[in-house]
Design a protein around this ligand. Structure first.
Ligand code: ZN
Length: 170
């Protein structure tokens, strides 16, 4: 990959991601409560961006195994809020779902989202962000968006779609 472009390490290994968040919380004296840790683990273990209601469903499934109480949506939203405001997760606005992230909260990122398999690839590209900043300055526009989301088809799905298309034509 060219200089200034980094793919996120967070997507590689969920266990080490959770461990590194635990360490960061200790150094920054943040309280990673049981619920917050559970939400973090579920997001880290998900192979694609996950929505709040899916998290709630999974948490209720896990809770049923232990005690017969259901979890209130507000509990999940509060945990998501904590994780998001400390930069451990990101919300993908265009699909209303969450992904793990180890970039500082003010670090703008670029996401490539696949419409077929719902995968998300997180990229940090300094050069591209500078271009947007320069353009904004020229327009006297003050950007607030923390992530840029590009929707389309990933390499795997693109090939699958092409094969299907070729098969239909035969
Ligand atoms: Zn795909």
């Amino acid at each position: 990959m060219p200089r200034g472009i980094k793919a996120a390490p967070a997507f590689l290994d969920s266990t080490s991601f959770v461990k590194s968040v635990e360490r960061t919380c200790k150094t920054r004296k943040l309280r990673l409560t049981r619920v917050r840790a559970q939400v973090l683990r579920l997001i880290a273990n998900s192979d694609k961006p996950i929505k709040a209601y899916s998290l709630l469903e999974l948490m209720n499934l896990e809770a049923e195994l232990v005690v017969d109480v259901s979890i209130a949506p507000i509990t999940v939203y509060r945990a998501l809020n904590f994780l998001q405001s400390n930069g451990f997760i990101r919300k993908l606005v265009s699909i209303n779902a969450f992904v793990p992230s180890m970039y500082p909260v003010d670090q703008r990122l670029i996401y490539f989202l696949c419409l077929q398999c719902s995968s998300a690839t997180e990229i940090y590209n300094e050069e591209m962000l500078h271009t947007i900043d320069d353009q904004a300055k020229e327009l006297s526009f003050e950007p607030e968006t923390q992530s840029i989301e590009v929707r389309g088809n990933c390499d795997k799905c693109r090939l699958k779609l092409r094969k299907r298309h070729l098969g239909l034509r035969r």
